[in-house]
Design a protein around this ligand. Structure first.
Ligand SMILES: Cc1cc2nc3c(=O)[nH]c(=O)nc-3n(C[C@H](O)[C@H](O)[C@H](O)COP(=O)(O)O)c2cc1C
Length: 224
């Protein structure tokens, strides 16, 4: 029987997908059920777009046309990391990227290979469906946290349905193109995308299982 703890253990990010289409009704039902996620004062600050078929292809084509060398990225609408990113976060971020690159045999000096890997984000790693999460540009930290709760609900239900996903902040480098294709209103800010599909388990990048910090680094327990 599926439990939430087991689904949490089973979920991980996949970065190569099969072309196999995903049932549209199932996806819509998952995104609707995720609306049961908690939010502060129930304001439900998430604005959700689900793309597949011709519209997703249009987005992939539009970003492919912008996947130049050297890159010409949009200026970020929000700071993805503090600058500088200090320890222990910087080491965790570095380790995460290096494990992906090394699984795919992309050396540190291979700048073209690394850029190509980044651009693969904008082809949804081959996935046939994608969700985009937007937030009102006047929203504060509590509403951003609410979006994370919505995102987690979606990812867990996708896992439970036998699907894979990968959340992608990296869509921010092309946020103007995403807005154009989605026709998203100007008062909304793109938080992230989420590629959705059946993972290609033959792909080396999907063999990477991200580790976690020792519990003592994050959990403080007090009983006295
Ligand atoms: C909000 C968010 C944004 C992310 N953005 C990206 C991204 O742009 N590209 C990517 O390959 N992975 C991205 N990830 C996936 C993380 O790297 C991944 O969740 C982390 O390494 C832990 O691995 P796991 O999801 O397999 O447990 C993102 C995850 C989250 C939650």
């Amino acid at each position: 029987m599926s439990t939430i703890a087991q689904t949490l253990k089973d979920r991980r990010s996949y970065r190569a997908f099969l072309k196999t289409p995903v049932d549209q009704a199932l996806l819509e039902s998952i995104l609707k059920t995720a609306m049961l996620s908690a939010s502060n004062s129930n304001i439900q600050p998430w604005h959700v777009y689900l793309l597949s078929g011709a519209r997703l292809q249009k987005l992939k084509d539009a970003t492919k046309a912008r996947s130049t060398v050297p890159p010409q990225f949009d200026e970020h609408v929000y700071k993805v990391y503090p600058d500088p990113l200090e320890e222990p976060y910087e080491s965790r971020r570095f380790h995460c990227g290096e494990r992906q690159y090394s699984a795919m045999g992309i050396e540190r000096e291979d700048q073209a290979g690394r850029l190509n890997y980044v651009y693969n984000n904008h082809q949804c790693f081959g996935a046939p469906a994608a969700m985009f999460l937007y937030i009102d540009d006047k929203a504060g930290p509590s509403q951003w946290a609410d979006l994370g709760i919505y995102l987690q609900s979606v990812m867990l239900m996708l896992t439970e349905a036998g699907l894979g996903s990968c959340a992608q902040i990296s869509w921010n480098v092309f946020h103007t193109t995403v807005r154009d294709v989605l026709n998203a209103p100007e008062n909304l800010t793109l938080y992230c995308g989420l590629s959705i599909g059946y993972p290609d388990m033959q792909a080396p990048q999907n063999a990477v299982v991200a580790d976690r910090a020792p519990v003592g680094e994050v959990l403080t327990v007090m009983t006295d």
